[in-house]
Design a protein. Structure first.
Length: 262
């Protein structure tokens, strides 16, 4: 995970990442998460999914890795009291584990940020004695209502920023192909969505993105690459606030998922 990270680790980013659980972000993996199943969680971020996994597979060991010291520190704090989980800084292209070390290797929202996702999947395959599971969003497929101009501007800038920094913001649609290229003998694909539509959800998600638009690494990258200016970032932030305030507001983010074996 040596590639640059589009979102960075601003508090507004970690706040949304800490919302993630197995139920809302890895439900497709639940049949594999049985007691005694060892798991490596690559790109663990603040560790909420990792800790959830640890509870499900206890007493088996679960290890979460991330490229960021800040993310690892946040994850360690979230894991207090869970004795079968640990976190460390690691590299998705060069995992510090022997072949076939884990029953499950899991990566949520990771491959989209890597310049060499197929190489990473090959490395995941090396350390997996069972299944490699990955889930990634497809930003090009996101849909929302009402059609707020600030959100149209956000997507245009976001797609360009993501591609300029590292990876592919439309990774979801490519997961199956990448797994096949990585040499897996069996790839099972599925899909699920995040839907934000209640007043509470809109205030939370829209508010977080309004802050991210002006304060996170996304904003820094957008300015450095010349994709927008401060006024543009303010329009994007205002667009998120307008959407969040709309009683009929609705936003869907599609995700692809793969279970790869062999």
């Amino acid at each position: 995970m040596a590639d640059s990270y589009t979102h960075g680790h601003h508090a507004s980013v970690l706040r949304t990442h800490s919302w993630r659980t197995v139920e809302n972000s890895a439900a497709y993996l639940l049949p594999e998460l049985v007691p005694g199943c060892s798991v490596l969680d690559v790109g663990a971020g603040p560790g909420t999914i990792t800790v959830d996994i640890a509870r499900l597979v206890a007493p088996a060991p679960v290890i979460g890795i991330d490229a960021s010291d800040d993310a690892v520190a946040a994850a360690e704090a979230a894991a207090l009291g869970i004795d079968n989980v640990s976190f460390q800084v690691g590299d998705a292209y060069a995992l510090a584990f022997p072949d076939d070390a884990f029953d499950v290797v899991h990566a949520h929202q990771v491959l989209q940020h890597l310049a060499r996702p197929v190489d990473a999947l090959r490395e995941f395959r090396r350390v997996s004695a069972g299944v490699v599971a990955a889930r990634d969003v497809d930003y090009e497929g996101a849909i929302w209502y009402p059609q707020v101009p600030g959100l149209d501007e956000w997507r245009d800038v976001y797609l360009r920023v993501h591609r300029a920094v590292a990876g592919d913001p439309a990774a979801g649609r490519r997961l199956k192909a990448w797994a096949q290229q990585a040499g897996f003998a069996e790839v099972t694909a599925s899909a699920s969505v995040w839907l934000f539509e209640s007043a509470e959800d809109r205030v939370w998600w829209g508010g977080a993105w309004a802050e991210r638009a002006v304060a996170s690494s996304f904003a820094t990258h957008a300015l450095e690459h010349g994709f927008t200016d401060r006024d543009g970032l303010q329009r994007i932030a205002a667009g998120w606030e307008e959407w969040a305030a709309a009683d009929d507001g609705w936003l869907l983010m599609p995700h692809a998922e793969i279970l790869a074996r062999g």
